[in-house]
Design a protein around this ligand. Sequence first.
Ligand code: FPP
Length: 253
Amino acid sequence: MNNIESRTEDAKEYFDATGLIPEHVAIIMDGNGRWAKKRQLKRSAGHKAGMDQVKTIAKHASKRGVKVLTLYAFSTENWKRPLNEVNYLMQLPVDFFSSFMPEIMEADIKVMMIGHPSDLPKKTRKVMEKAIEETKDNNGMVLNFAVNYGGRKEILDAVKEIAIMVEKGALKADKINEKVFEEHLMTSSLSEQQNVDLMIRTSGEERLSNFLLWQNAYSEFHFSSLLWPDFGEVDFDEALRIYQKRNRRFGGL
Ligand code: FPP
């Protein structure tokens, strides 16, 4: 957890000095389709507005001192959507990085990704790889995109890797513990911040939808009724304030 010293001057105005900023915030950005429908727009217009809100919230979270912001951009289940919507969603990272990269660099944000890049269209994969490469030496907030990500698959893949090590005699079964297991998850490179502190879902839905199943084991949940394109800086701050009032016990007293 961060303490006040590691926060920006700006954050001090808004937060109780003894309060804590969650180090790892994860967001299920839900409600783009409904946002568009309310305005009699195409679903793609909702996703475009959702992408613009990613820029706002990424800059804001970085300013607030969040260390890792993981955003659920595309799940392994989202391939079931109509092809034109899938195609639009796959184009979004291309548009996002072509317009937002100067601000990412300015804010010293480091881009990372979890998910399965090999199944993505080449243009989407390339643009993600390029953003990761260009920002690899940045030292600020990690902006971690979950693209073609599924929590159960992540856990099964980790189990398989560990099983192979045991089969080969490289690891003894009784040496498998949480730390060893976490080394095989896609979030392992987040090291200290691998587990989520605050999980936000917008649009009034209150479920996890296969998102960071292991990493959310002890996170605080915040469900907002706002649709993702309407979820702004003040709403993010409100989620932080609510988080600061929670008493995290991790199973203790
Ligand atoms: C869920 O809302 C949203 C998604 C499946 C896509 C989320 C993607 C973004 C917000 C943009 C990501 C940006 C980058 C740079 C990758 P929904 O469409 O299911 O909404 P609905 O439930 O109202 O239909």
